[in-house]
Structures are given as C-alpha cells and as structure tokens.
Design a protein around this ligand. Structure first.
Ligand code: UDP
Length: 328
C-alpha cells in the first residue's frame, strides 16, 4: 500500500521541497494546490490534484481517492504587506480553508496533521529569544490567521482526537542542493531572492525597509533556516505522529539573528559581486527582531539542521536563481 500524504500547497516553495523529502523517505506526496501562487513545474514527486481548500466537495473526493495517512498543510497566503492591505482575504482564505481541510480530514478518518505556522504569530517581543512557550501576539492578519488555525487544531484535538504537529517557521531560505526545486514567487517580496535578482541585474536595487529600528545596525533581525532542513523536520514530525506521540508545537529556527545589512554583506561575499541597495522607509507590519531557539525540535524530534548557515543558504539560493525558475 502506498503511504499517501496529502500536501496542500505542494506546488509552492516549501511544499515542493517537502514533497521531495517525503518521496525520499518512502511516502507518496499528493499535491493539492489551486495554483494561486504555485507552479506546475514544481510538482515532480507524486500525483497532483488541482483544487481549492474552500471547495469542500473537492477535498472529500481527494481524501476518498487516496486515503492519506496524514495531511501536511502548507497552502496559505503568507505576505505581511498584503495582509495589512487586505486582511479580509487573509482571514477568509487561510482560516476557512484550514477549517474545511481539518473537517474533511476528520470525516475521512485521517487524524494526523502537520501544520506550517509562523514566527509572525509572536509579533514584537523586544528581541527576546523566542520559544514554544513565548506568548503569541501577532501584529498582522497573516500572523493572526495562523494563530487562529493553531487554536482550531487544539479544539479539534480535544473534540475529535486530531493529532497535530505545529511547526512555527522562522525565515525560510535556500533551495534544494540538487537544484530540482527552489524559491520562485511571482511577484517576489522576500529579501534573499530579491537581493539575488538585484545582484544578477534582473531587477533594480534592493530597497532596505527601514534603517531606524532599535537594533545594532538599525535594520530588522530575522532567523533564517534552510528549506531542506525545515522539510526534514516535517518528515520527523510525521514519524512523531505515526509513533502516537500526540500533538506538539516546535519552533524551527537556528537561534542566530541576521540583520538585513548582515544578509546583504554575506550575499556580496558569497556571490563575489556588489549588492545594489537603496534605503527606504519601514514596511508596515514588520516585527523588529524574530529569533528562536530550536532545542525542543533538536531534542524531541532529533532534528539536525545541516545547511542552515547563512553562506550555504545564499549559495544554494544563488545556484537556483541562475537557472530558469518555474513556469505555470
Ligand atoms: N526586507 C527588505 N527589503 C525587501 C524585502 C524584505 O528590507 O525588499 C526586509 C524585511 O523588512 C524583513 C526582512 O527583510 O526585515 C525579511 O523579510 P522577508 O519579506 O524576506 O520575510 P518576512 O520576515 O516578512 O517573513
């Protein structure tokens, strides 16, 4: 019997890397994606079921067809700027989509659920090293919608025995070291791919969003984790659920913070090129500093991040960026 895992958002950046990791670990990832932000080219490691999370009948069909042993839920809108401009869409799609998915999963008898949550659920925490127990006070509708889904998972755990592993991601970077999949957003809003495009002359200078933050160099600080390490944790999370260890939350970061200026300097070194930069105002909704410890994932899951040093993340991303990317 193939061990199907339903991967929502399997055509997106993190979802596609997760599908590769799952297939290497002996599972069959079934991608469920509406292609709002995903790429057909990125679906390479298992079957594709096109559909929207707001379409419950379509979800029921897919659960009936594959009888997945677990769900990995990546599909979501995830841009802070858009969430500030259009919170209604974030609430509707992220929260209603997750609710449909959870209910369809339970109706099909699938009780293991891995959820991609975010450090944006913490909001601004005065530069403290975050962990699973830090109070969550999100600043924007993106973080709030993810926090609502975390809480929803807890409620369905109590009522229906849903077992969830929640991963709170910090900033995900890099690309598959074998170059099969990588980061490709249209439009791109993330720091590292925008910077690599600017370095490669594919777009104008990178704009640094704010130089007056209360940090040593005035720019925001983030904790960056390699996408391959991140998805390895997901495979361990599946095993955790399969072993009957129950619902749990894990932060996935490295414990090291990099300012925007640090990332720019490191990118210049790795690519051996100048980074064209201009300085602009703050971006609404950005937290000053988000850095977490990952002791819990390391101890409890046996997670071993291997490529999450900044130079490796940038060089893996740079290799991918010099290729053609994905097409629709
Ligand atoms: N950033 C920036 N210029 C850009 C994009 C991002 O200065 O063109 C900054 C942003 O303000 C944040 C950091 O880079 O401090 C990481 O932003 P990104 O959008 O990559 O991820 P986020 O932290 O929003 O998840």
């Amino acid at each position: 019997m193939p061990r199907h895992i339903l991967v929502t958002g399997g055509a997106g950046y993190i979802g596609a890397h997760a599908c590769k990791a799952l297939s290497k670990a002996g599972y069959v990832p079934v991608t469920f994606d509406n292609f709002a932000t995903g790429w057909r080219d990125a679906v390479r490691f298992g079957p594709l079921e096109e559909g929207d999370l707001l379409d419950r009948a379509r979800l029921d069909e897919v659960f009936a067809r594959y009888a997945p042993e677990a769900v990995m839920h990546f599909a979501a809108l995830s841009l802070v700027g858009d969430a500030m401009r259009d919170p209604g869409t974030y609430w509707r799609k992220n929260v209603n989509g997750a609710l449909n998915l959870i209910e369809a999963s339970l109706a099909a008898g699938c009780r293991d659920f891995v959820f991609s949550s975010t450090c944006a659920t913490y909001g601004d925490q005065d530069g403290v090293l975050l962990n699973e127990h830090t109070p969550q006070e999100p600043l924007n509708a993106y973080g709030k919608s993810k926090l609502a889904i975390e809480q929803m998972l807890g409620d369905f755990g109590a009522s229906d025995g849903l077992n969830s592993v929640i991963f709170r991601y910090f900033n995900v970077a890099g690309a598959d070291p074998e170059g099969e999949v990588g980061e490709f957003h249209q439009p791109e809003t993330h720091l590292i791919p925008l910077m690599l495009d600017a370095i490669a002359g594919k777009r104008d200078a990178l704009t640094v969003f704010g130089t007056d933050y209360p940090t040593p160099d005035g720019t925001c600080i983030r904790d960056y984790v390699h996408v391959s390490d991140l998805v390895d944790a997901h495979v361990l999370g599946l095993k955790w659920l399969g072993d009957g260890k129950g619902s749990e939350v894990f932060c996935l970061g490295t414990g090291s913070g990099f300012s925007v200026r640090d990332v720019i300097a490191q990118s210049g070194r790795v690519t051996n090129r100048d980074v064209p930069v201009v300085y602009g105002p703050r971006r609404a909704g950005d937290a000053v500093s988000l850095v977490c410890g990952s002791e819990h994932a390391i101890r409890a899951l046996g997670w071993r991040p291997k490529r999450s040093d900044m130079a490796t993340m940038i060089s893996d991303a740079w290799r991918w960026h010099q290729g053609p990317g994905f097409t629709a």
